[in-house]
Design a protein around this ligand. Structure first.
Ligand SMILES: [Zn+2]
Length: 141
């Protein structure tokens, strides 16, 4: 048995149909036994499978690409927000975070900078709120 996806060229409806073999399909078509279920047209063809597979692959790659770009854009927007609203402290992040936390007189503007996972873990244990975020190095800036 072989399954073909058939298309009616008159009403553009696609449907699956089973045949004993590709020869049976050709025979039924010749004898005009292939009829559209929807409009009874004889203008029914089997759809070409191979080009369709190539198309769906290239479409999924395009989708992946645009999704990646979308995530990158979200991160970049987030980075811009942080750059505009937070103070950059470079590698002193853990030190600065502690000095803000323990010195209530110091103005508590948010800070951002580099910290190791161990730093973040220790800050959290001390009750200091710190978040790790994905960061894209932007060489244009
Ligand atoms: Zn039809």
């Amino acid at each position: 048995m072989i399954k073909y996806k058939l298309i009616c060229k008159d009403c553009d409806i696609k449907f699956d149909s089973w045949f004993a073999s590709s020869r049976e399909y050709e025979m039924l078509k010749k004898r005009k036994f292939l009829i559209c279920h929807s409009c009874n047209s004889l203008n029914v063809e089997k759809t070409l499978m191979a080009p369709k597979l190539i198309n769906s692959k290239s479409i999924s790659e395009t989708k992946f690409g645009s999704k990646h770009e979308k995530i990158k854009k979200i991160i970049k927007n987030y980075q811009k927000f942080i750059k505009d609203n937070f103070q950059y402290v470079g590698n002193n992040f853990a030190y600065e975070a502690r000095s803000i936390h323990y010195n209530s007189k110091k103005k508590s503007k948010g800070i951002y900078g580099s910290a190791s996972k161990q730093d973040i873990k220790e800050l959290k244990e001390e009750g200091i709120d710190a978040q790790m975020i994905p960061w894209i190095e932007d060489k244009d800036n």
